[in-house]
Write a protein that binds this ligand. Structure first.
Ligand code: SAM
Length: 227
């Protein structure tokens, strides 16, 4: 695993202080893995994340895309997931807009993108993931799923977007807990669907971040019978 200091030396685009002060749910090692995979993936095509919140993951992926003059599409309706609503465990009052009477993380997200110098790299899409996917036609070097954590939301994200991943591209899924006592099982469920699909090679995880690579045309999975 690359250390923070090594990555920072190689890439002046990652601003550790900005990342630290940005609200979010991403561990630093997971962020650095996002950055590493983002560097490879954004050479293949644009990248897309589902679930930006205030932009922590966007800072890592955006910095990687910027290095390759690529684009990061950042999809989020910005009204929060179930567990982030008032009264729930992950509610943050600073994300609540009194006038709208609901959460709105877009102003915080926008400031993060400006502070991170990512306005020419990140394209925010303020939408439910399945609505954004409805007429999507651009092949992607990476899809990062970190949106709603119900089974319905996770499955919808998986089903809506995996068809757009280029051969050799990546599918990343956050918050995978193999032990149900440690966390919800929806991300783990779609990770297992992808692993069993025959379309992806499973790479090593970083903490709760699952990493899969879309098998190239003509390439065979290592566990194919007879190989
Ligand atoms: C766990 S947070 C994302 C955390 C973020 N990646 C980070 O690094 O801090 C989940 C986000 O997904 C968004 N979300 C939930 N369901 C969604 C859906 N169906 N479409 C788009 N965004 C969704 C929420 O608004 C919330 O901002």
């Amino acid at each position: 695993m690359m250390e923070w200091i090594d990555v920072e030396k190689q890439c002046t685009g990652l601003d550790e202080k900005l990342i630290d002060r940005t609200k979010g749910f991403l561990d630093k090692d997971e962020g650095l893995r996002l950055y590493q995979i983002g560097l490879e993936a954004s050479r293949l095509g644009p990248c897309l994340e589902i679930g930006s919140y205030c932009g922590k993951s966007t800072l890592y992926l955006g910095a990687a895309c910027r290095k390759n003059n690529s684009t990061l599409f950042a999809v989020d309706h910005h009204t929060g997931s179930e567990e982030q609503q008032p009264g729930e465990g992950y509610f943050d009052p600073e994300t609540y807009d009194i006038r709208q009477g609901r959460m709105d993380t877009f102003p915080l997200f926008r400031n993060t993108i400006i502070d991170g110098g990512l306005e020419n790299t990140v394209v925010p899409i303020i939408s439910r993931s399945e609505v954004a996917a409805r007429h999507w036609a651009t092949p992607l070097g990476m899809v990062f799923i970190d949106g709603g954590h119900t089974f319905a939301a996770a499955y919808t994200d998986y089903n809506s977007w995996i068809g757009h991943i280029l051969p050799g591209g990546y599918l990343l899924i956050h918050d995978i807990f193999k032990n149900p006592d440690e966390g919800g099982q929806a991300p783990h469920y779609i990770f297992k669907l992808a692993a069993a699909s025959g379309l992806f090679q499973v790479l090593s995880m970083t903490k709760t971040l699952g990493v899969l690579r879309r098998i190239e045309c003509g390439e065979l999975p290592e566990d194919l019978p007879g190989v």
